[in-house]
Structures are given as C-alpha cells and as structure tokens.
Design a protein around this ligand. Structure first.
Ligand code: NAD
Length: 386
C-alpha cells in the first residue's frame, strides 16, 4: 500500500451538518456556556449541554488534510474549530473550506495563545514524530485536552514527560490509535482476549509500504527518513500497528523481544530502519512473529488459537478491512475510524473518564519499540521489555 492509496478519502465541501455544528457553537453555545457548572482543574469541563467539543488541528499535512478534517465533518460530538499552521496559504484554504474564523487560526509562534480561546477544547497534534512531545506539553500547559498522533513520541522518556504534563495540568491525553474504534479490530480483541477459540498460541502481524526512490524528497517522506525528526523508520511509523495488534489481541504486555534488521537500499535508509523482523513473547505463552518495512506493501493480522484461527487482511488501513475466521468471513461494516475515535474522546471529556487509548498505551508501544531497537543493536539478542 502506498501512502497515497493509504489516504483514500477526499475533502468534501462543508456540509449542512457542519453549518449547524458551527451555529451551535455560536450565540446559542455561548448562552448555554453561561449556565455551565463551576470549572474544576485547569481544563474547563465543557458545558454538558453544548453540542460539540472544539478541536484544533496542529500540522496541516497529509493526515490532517486527507483524513482528520474530513472525519471531523462526520463526527457528531466534535467539530473543527481551529488550526495551527506555519504556512499562510494553507491557513487561507482551510479558513474558507471549513469556515474557521481568523481568531481561531494560529501559527507555531502564537500557539500558546490558544489558552485564551474557549472555542478550542482539544488540541490534536499531527506533526512529525519528534515534535509530538513539545506540542503535547505546550497544549497541556495551555489548559487544553490533547490528542497526539502515533507514535506518541520518539522515546519512552518523552512519553513519560507528556503523561506527567497532562496530569499536572488536569487535562486528558489520547493517542491517535484509530483501530481501537474499528469494528473488525474490536472483534479480534474479543476473540483473543476472551479466548473464544481457545488461547492464542501464535500470531503473524505485519504492516509495510514501499517508499520509492523517487518519493524520498516528498515533504511527508523526507522527515520520515530523518532519524532526528522521525525517531526511527518503518517500525515507528507502521510497525507500531503490528505491535498494537499483538497487544490488543492478547490483552497482555510482551515480556521480551528479539529482532533482526535488513537494508536493501542503505543509501535511502542511512538513518532509519527499512525492514525489521521481530518476535514478541507474551506471559501466557503467545509468540508473535512481527514485521515491518518501507520496501513493500503488506498489511495483515493473523492469529491461530487452540481451536481455530482468525485474521484481518487487509488489516490496518483507513478502511477496507476484511476479516475471517476458520468458520468463515466476518460480516462487519467498515466505519469512519477517525470520526469514531474523536467522538469517543469527546465522550471521555464530557463524562470525565480516561481515554481507552491514553498516554499509557502510547508509552507501552514505545517500550516495545525501544526493546526491538536494542535487540537489533545487540545482534538479535533477547531483550526484556520495559
Ligand atoms: P506530513 O509531513 O504530511 O505532515 C506534517 C505536518 O507538519 C505538515 O503540515 C508540515 O508542514 C508540519 N510541520 C511543522 N513543522 C515541521 C517541520 N519542522 N518539519 C516537517 N514538517 C513540519 O505527515 P503526516 O503523514 O501527516 O504525519 C503526521 C503525523 O501523523 C505523524 O506523527 C504520523 O505518524 C501520524 N500519522 C498517523 C496516521 C494514522 O493513521 N493514525 C496516518 C498518517 C500519519
């Protein structure tokens, strides 16, 4: 799967519902806010009667443009109320397309002034990986709830700092793990964790796409090849889905890993990993054969259990999941994953409960990722996790 086919949805013109949502945050929303209960902590709990949670996207690149903004036209509990961009021409396009008022448009210098903007409840960080920690912490210090894209950060220490900052500020943190809200993935979580076909013994999880030689200077690829910006290569970017799948099918945390790295184009991948194979050992005995690459398109989650098997293939894209078990196809509709993910976070904020994909979830993946890189550095030696 190429990055472009990974991004299947197009931006539509503003819908009538978006217009209504915008309206609800205007005069009517302000009137309702006036009767809100006293505020607790630094993040103002939104008015439980207001219709929507306001989200500002930070970084208007491929994912924000192709997926998140369109998904925000499908949400029922949140809406796009602000943007942060360093590119004035993008600001103009987005302002018109999504009816974003001037006062809700920020750049990286004015970012911290979002603290004074009641129209923005959540800051959604969609920047290159190395910028996640800084902007999550600054968002928390501005008193805003945060959604941060995966990988949560480029190190375990950064993840801990982000969790601490959000706790200190009294704001909620969620990681952009959209597949936790996708029904095929929810089904395999149940099949694995409830041992519907007996305990899972072996899994094969892999996700990769090919970066062609001609794509290396495209802006969204360029930073992915830069260790300082990306933190790592295919593993950080898409291998993380294979780790996630292993963790949510088993419902356990891996205790140890082994890993091997292969490079066929060292001139392209001089700083980051191109292809990695890794093996995860889980406490109850499940073993996971994981892989990731920037050198080919594949996309599969497979689990064999004592009394049967199940799989999703293709598995990790924005749609098009196909699930099967040894009994036959899974008859499940696909959904707008990102819309569900953001609406679920709106519920967490309104009901004052933690996100099911909170900072700890991102931190645990980074612990596994660091153990995998340590194993590669130690020529495939077995490395305990965490
Ligand atoms: P992108 O390169 O298309 O977008 C990055 C944005 O950050 C751009 O608008 C760019 O202008 C901005 N930016 C600000 N400062 C920058 C700097 N110093 N260098 C480079 N860009 C800078 O990348 P993307 O594909 O949209 O990915 C952004 C984040 O979203 C990444 O963390 C990625 O892992 C994540 N992502 C998640 C999913 C998912 O399915 N959850 C899918 C794609 C990307």
């Amino acid at each position: 799967m190429t990055m472009s086919s990974f991004q299947s949805q197009q931006i539509d013109a503003p819908t009538r519902r978006q217009f209504l949502k915008t309206l609800s945050r205007g005069a009517g929303g302000a009137a309702l806010a006036a009767s809100a209960a006293p505020l607790v902590g630094r993040a103002a709990p939104p008015d439980p009667h207001a219709e929507t949670i306001g989200i500002a996207l930070v970084g208007l690149g491929n994912y924000a443009t192709g997926q998140l903004a369109p998904a925000l036209q499908e949400t029922t509990k949140c809406e796009l109320t602000g943007i942060v961009t360093g590119t004035p021409s993008k600001a103009e396009t987005w302002k018109q397309k999504y009816e974003i008022p001037d006062e809700n448009v920020y750049n990286y210098e004015t970012f911290d002034r979002i603290a004074d903007n009641d129209e923005i409840d959540v800051i959604y960080v969609v920047l290159p990986n190395s910028m996640h920690a800084e902007y999550t912490i600054r968002a928390a210090e501005a008193g805003k709830h945060v959604i941060c894209e995966k990988p949560m950060a480029t190190s375990v220490q950064e993840c801990k700092d982000m969790i601490d900052a959000c706790e200190t500020a009294g704001v909620k943190l969620s990681i952009g793990y959209r597949l936790h809200f996708e029904p095929h993935h929810q089904r395999v979580m149940t099949l694995g964790q409830k041992e519907v076909f007996g305990p899972v013994s072996v899994m094969q999880n892999g996700f990769g796409f090919r970066i062609s030689d001609s794509a290396t200077d495209e802006p969204h690829i360029e930073w992915r090849l830069d260790k300082e910006m990306a933190g790592g290569g295919a593993l950080m970017d898409v291998g993380i889905y294979a780790i996630q799948g292993a963790r949510y099918v088993t419902g356990e945390e891996p205790v140890a890993v082994t890993a091997q790295e292969y490079k066929t184009r060292p001139e392209v991948f001089s700083e980051v990993d191109e292809t990695l194979f890794f093996q995860l050992e889980f406490p109850s005995g499940t073993v996971v054969d994981g892989s990731t690459t920037y050198n080919g398109n594949y996309n599969r989650l497979y689990a064999t259990a004592r009394d049967g098997w199940f799989e999703i293939s293709p598995s990790y894209g924005y749609g098009g999941q196909k699930g099967r078990t040894h009994e036959g196809p899974m008859d499940i509709e696909t959904v707008n994953q990102q819309a569900r993910q953001m609406d679920a976070f709106a519920d967490c904020i309104r009901q004052d409960r933690p996100s099911r994909v909170g900072g700890e979830e991102g931190l645990r993946d980074l612990q596994v990722i660091e153990a995998i890189y340590d194993s590669v550095a130690a020529d495939g030696a077995r490395v305990p996790v965490g």
